[in-house]
Every structure is written in C-alpha cells, then in structure tokens.
Design a protein around this ligand. Structure first.
Ligand SMILES: [Fe+2]
Length: 439
C-alpha cells in the first residue's frame, strides 16, 4: 500500500471516532428462554445492537447439529435515558419439540452466532413432577446466589426458574447498560431453562419499558400479567406495581384485576382443576411481612392485601380474590429475606392441624423469597415474631419447589451464606383443592 493510500485508510478509520458513530455490532447476546404456554414450544429471546435477522438453529442433543431452524422477528427497543440507546430484541418460537427431549441450539444470523446452549422441552400433560428455582431481587452487583443457581441449573435440577421481580438494580441505569450487563450475567441460567418473570418496583422507570421489552412472557400484556401451565400446576404471574405507580394508569390495575378473576374462574372449572389442581400465584410485593422497614406489607391494610381506598372507584385488593378461588400457594419477594407464613387469611392463622399445619391447610400459604442478592444487601426483621410467621431468615439464598402430584408439593429454602444448606423446608399436602378445601 502506498503512503497516500495508508494515510487515506487511517483517516477514514478515524471518521467514525471523530463523529462518535457507534460501532457495528451484530453479535447476539443476552440469550434467554421462556415458555410460551404451548406444549412442545419454547421461545428464544436475545439482543443485538444492530439490526440482523432472527434465526435459531437447533437439533436433538447427540443428533445432527443444527439440522432444524426457525425464524422470528426483531423489535427495536429505544431506552428512555438521555442517550436514547437503541437495540434489537429478537424473538424466535420453537415448535414441535418432543417432550422431555434435550436440544442443542444457537441463535443469531449469518452476521453472527451465539455460543451453543441446550434446552429441554417441557414434558406434556399433568402427570409429572416439575422442579423450580424461585427468587426475587437479584442485581448485577452482589448477585450472591447466582453461582449456586448456575451450577444447579447446569446439572439439570430445574425445569423452570421463577424470578419474582426486581432485576439488575436497575435495568435502565447507565442508559440501560446495567440491563445489558444483567441479562448477560443471567444468560448462564436463563439460556437453559425457561426464565419466567414478573415486574418489581425497580423496573418502574420509563413505564417499565426495559422489563416490557426485554422479556417475552406468554399472553399479550408485554409480560406484565399472564398465566401458564406446567405439570399439575397453573401458575399466575402478575404485577403488584399497578397498585403503586398509578401515574401509568389506574385502568391497568382494574384490567389486571378483571383478568385475574377471569383466569382464576377458568382455572377453577372442575375439568381444569381436576387436571391442574395446584394454583400458585407469583407477585413481587407481599401482602404480609415482618421486616423492620416501612414497606406496604408491614401495614395491616397493605395495598396488595386490601386494595386502595383513595382511588375512584376504590381498587380491590387481592387477598379475598385469591382466597375465594382457592389459591394454594402465593410466592413473593421484594423483602430481601426469606419468610414462611402459616396458612393465613385476614391476619388469622388457619393451620390444617396443630401437629401438621401444612396438611390440608384452611387458607393459602405464603412464601417470601427475595434474598437472591443485590447491592441493597438484606432486610432485617422486627424482633418479635408475628402470629402468622412460621420461619424467617436474612441469609442470602433462594427457594426450590417440586410439585410431585395432585396432593404433594415440596418447598425448601437454600442458604447461600451457609454454603448451600437447606435451612427450611415444608411439604404442603392437600387432599382437596379449591375454595371447598377451606371448609
Ligand atoms: Fe422490590
């Protein structure tokens, strides 16, 4: 190359830097899975900074690599921060997967492919034992439980992960770069099993836009509320935040309430409940907690439990609704601690019996597991035990759940501080489900 040509190339190379043009970046990142609710399906979501095609190539584990392929679409997401950063969120639905069979996949396009990951198609029907990890409040700084969750997930301990709100701390920060970082961190678990979510208060900036754009839950509510079935369980995920960010519209609260009612009605039809007897709800901010702070759950009339009186019309709470439709288990987070409640309704304990409180309980059981780890550390408890509180811990950790059949559900809390020790466990045993179980 002559001197003139070399200078020209050098100067040309400087132009993008001088004008601050962003680099071209077509490499897929932040790969994660969700279950779209359709047997034999799985949805793969990822991000690129520049526009590319959306392709997943896959094949049965041990078979011919990438012999199958599926195409999807990308949507442009513009962050609300001052840089107005843009990225493309790709979504590809895999269908006709064989139940219980593992597949190797990568995603991207001919402009760049991700690492290879594997997924296992969920089994079909209700007659199997789904296994879950569940937690809330995991940040990109101090995500203390993540390493243990990575290993658990990669050795195949879970069929799905439930992240009960509050991600990254916070996804919108640094012009959504914190969201990018966090989604890269959780790829190590979320690219292998469905990573099912609900929104928390930390997702609120720019009307929850990072949450709504980055996740791909079933239904058409941009992941705000939805339900899905897995084994003998119907899981309902919803937004507690519609009770707190009324600036985004009181109508959302009522829309969600109506949807919850309809979904519960449907799930309680005799044929539905016979097939999927367990109804489990997941929402971020709990109705009850005994933490030493001023959060909603420390108030007797918490908004989530009893609703809002200062709106027109007044907004109904959720305790009555969930009780009326015989919800078996309610899982929460927000408090950076673990608390297990006795079966409770309206601040009254309804244990199954003195010796076996969780055998045929006469009210829903609540678990709060929000200590996965974040920059805000853990939340202490008030010194005295509440009558409805059975066990509590401020260790970092997460919960595991297995639903064995129509009558037996097992729950345990893992302490990361205690090197993976199970610090609490219960068997929830029910001969009957639905509101008649309370009688
Ligand atoms: Fe929270």
């Amino acid at each position: 190359m002559g001197t003139f040509a070399a200078i020209a190339v050098f100067v040309y190379g400087l132009i993008p830097l001088a004008f601050g043009l962003p680099p071209i970046w077509r490499q897929p990142e932040q790969v994660h899975l969700s279950y779209p609710g359709l047997p034999g399906s799985m949805l793969v979501t990822w991000t690129t900074l520049n526009e590319t095609d959306s392709v997943v190539e896959y094949g049965v584990w041990g078979g011919k690599l990438f012999e199958l392929s599926a195409k999807g679409q990308a949507t442009l997401f513009e962050d609300g921060g001052f840089e107005k950063r843009k990225m493309f969120i790709h979504r590809v639905m895999l269908t006709d997967l064989k139940p219980g069979i593992s597949y190797v996949y990568h995603c991207g396009s001919d402009a760049g492919w991700s690492d290879m990951f594997y997924l296992t198609a969920l089994k079909e029907g209700a007659d199997w034992t789904p296994r879950f990890a569940l937690f809330g409040d995991m940040g990109n700084e101090n995500p203390q439980s993540l390493a243990r969750l990575q290993k658990d997930t990669q050795i195949g301990m879970y069929d799905a992960i439930l992240h009960i709100g509050d991600f990254a701390y916070d996804m919108h920060e640094d012009n959504a770069r914190i969201g990018d970082q966090f989604m890269r961190q959780v790829e190590s678990i979320a690219a292998y099993v469905p990573y099912m979510t609900c929104p928390g208060n930390h997702e609120n900036p720019y009307n929850f836009s990072n949450y709504r754009h980055r996740f791909s839950m079933p239904g058409n509510t941009e992941s705000l509320w939805y339900s899905w079935n897995i084994g003998p369980v119907h899981i309902i995920s919803f937004s507690t935040e519609v009770y707190f960010y009324l600036n985004y519209g009181l109508d959302l609260l009522f829309k969600q309430y109506e949807w919850l009612q309809k979904d519960l009605e449907e799930a309680n039809r005799p044929e539905s409940r016979a097939q999927r007897p367990w109804i489990i709800t997941m929402g971020h901010r709990p109705m009850y907690c005994s933490n030493a702070d001023k959060d909603d759950c420390t108030q007797f009339n918490s908004c989530i439990r009893t609703g809002l009186n200062n709106t027109d019309p007044p907004a109904p709470g959720l305790e009555d609704l969930f009780y009326r439709y015989g919800v078996d288990l309610e899982v929460w987070a927000h408090e950076h601690s673990y608390e297990r409640l006795w079966p409770v309704y309206n601040y009254t304990v309804f244990n199954g019996s003195k010796n076996e409180p969780y055998v045929n309980p006469k009210a829903p059981v609540h678990i709060i597991t929000g200590s996965a780890g974040c920059r805000e550390r853990t939340d202490p408890f008030v010194p005295d035990f509440r009558a409805w509180s059975a066990f509590r811990s401020t260790d970092y950790g997460y919960a595991r759940m297995q639903v064995f059949n129509s009558s037996h559900l097992y729950l345990e809390q893992v302490s990361d501080d205690k090197n993976g020790k199970v610090i609490d466990s219960i068997w929830l045993v029910k001969d009957k489900h639905g509101p008649e179980a309370w009688l």
